[in-house]
Design a protein around this ligand. Structure first.
Ligand SMILES: NC(=O)c1ccc[n+]([C@@H]2O[C@H](COP(=O)([O-])OP(=O)(O)OC[C@H]3O[C@@H](n4cnc5c(N)ncnc54)[C@H](OP(=O)(O)O)[C@@H]3O)[C@@H](O)[C@H]2O)c1
Length: 273
């Protein structure tokens, strides 16, 4: 069935095409499903062709056109291939979902090439894509740009120091971009996620059953993001407002240490080994 997926927001106004960077699984696949239900055509980008094709096939069952692009978004050729893949159509929505950190390490022991790729994925690639697609949206006076952020961007985390910094960049950048584009009716949102049950986190062995952990489902946070896209610049998803408020405490040592002990329980302290 086509049509808006939420009562609050008519997401059809972001069509006719959406690009989802990291659109093959987890939150990206949930965005694809919701947008396809709304009749929006899709370009799904990720590295592994298998999950990409599965998500595209499910989206096509709603009668939309879905293209797939197997590309590494940490490489400049990846960015160019995204632009080329939708050169002939009008992109009204850009979702920047790819960005998790699967290489936990103390910064001084980290592989700097891997660190650079994480920054490419979370900072430089989004900037390139937003710069390209945002121009046309501003001219049309219509569109949406949704960055998937993290509560990790609100404070420093051991073994993920660069990841947290990159997510902090996304949040502050989104606020500035939101200010610049709001008079053009181009909506900008940083959707801040807490722990979310994605295949990437399942592969990393996160303990989602830990008592006291608030675990979100991809479909719920994706729906929340699309609903709040017109009401940027920031949406803390999954009922994590209290966690975000805790992270804003000016006593930084207290906050960082308390969050650290919680994170250690979540990952089973394996990263400390
Ligand atoms: N899951 C959580 O608990 C959580 C919490 C807070 C924030 N977040 C944020 O939510 C977003 C989604 O996270 P996730 O857990 O689903 O993991 P993810 O590793 O970011 O994967 C999401 C999608 O991005 C694709 N992707 C990853 N690296 C890529 C690359 N180099 N080039 C192209 N595509 C790439 C993945 O497919 P391929 O692997 O096939 O490329 C997948 O489709 C991220 O921005 C993450 O920082 C997640």
């Amino acid at each position: 069935m086509k049509g808006p997926t939420t009562s609050q927001t008519d997401i059809t106004k972001y069509g006719p095409w959406a690009v989802i960077a990291g659109g093959s699984e987890g939150v990206g696949a949930a965005f694809a499903e919701l947008l396809a239900q709304a009749g929006i055509n899709l370009l799904l980008v990720a590295r592994k062709p298998g999950p990409l094709e599965e998500t595209a096939a499910a989206a096509r069952r709603h009668g939309i056109e879905a293209r797939t692009l197997a590309a590494d978004l940490t490489a400049v050729e990846g960015v160019q291939s995204v632009i080329d893949a939708v050169r002939d159509v009008e992109v009204g929505l850009l979702i920047l979902n790819a960005g998790a950190d699967s290489n936990a390490a103390p910064f001084l022991d980290a592989d700097l090439a891997q660190v650079s790729r994480l920054l490419e994925l979370n900072v430089l690639t989004p900037l390139h894509l937003i710069h390209h697609f945002g121009h046309a949206m501003r001219e049309r006076r219509r569109g949406g740009i949704l960055l998937v952020g993290s509560l990790a961007g609100d404070l420093g985390t051991s073994h993920h120091a660069v990841y947290g910094g990159a997510k902090a960049f996304g949040r502050i950048f989104a606020e500035g971009l939101w200010l610049e584009l709001r008079e053009y009716d181009v909506h900008v949102l940083d959707l801040v996620l807490g722990v979310t049950r994605t295949p990437a986190m399942q592969r990393l062995g996160l303990d989602f059953d830990l008592p006291g952990i608030n675990v979100s489902e991809p479909i719920d946070v994706a729906r929340e993001g699309l609903t709040h896209l017109p009401h940027g610049p920031i949406r803390v998803a999954g009922g994590n407002d209290a966690g975000a408020a805790f992270r804003a405490d000016p006593d930084r040592a207290k906050v960082v240490l308390k969050s650290h002990s919680l994170t250690q329980r979540l990952v089973g302290a394996t990263e400390e080994a």
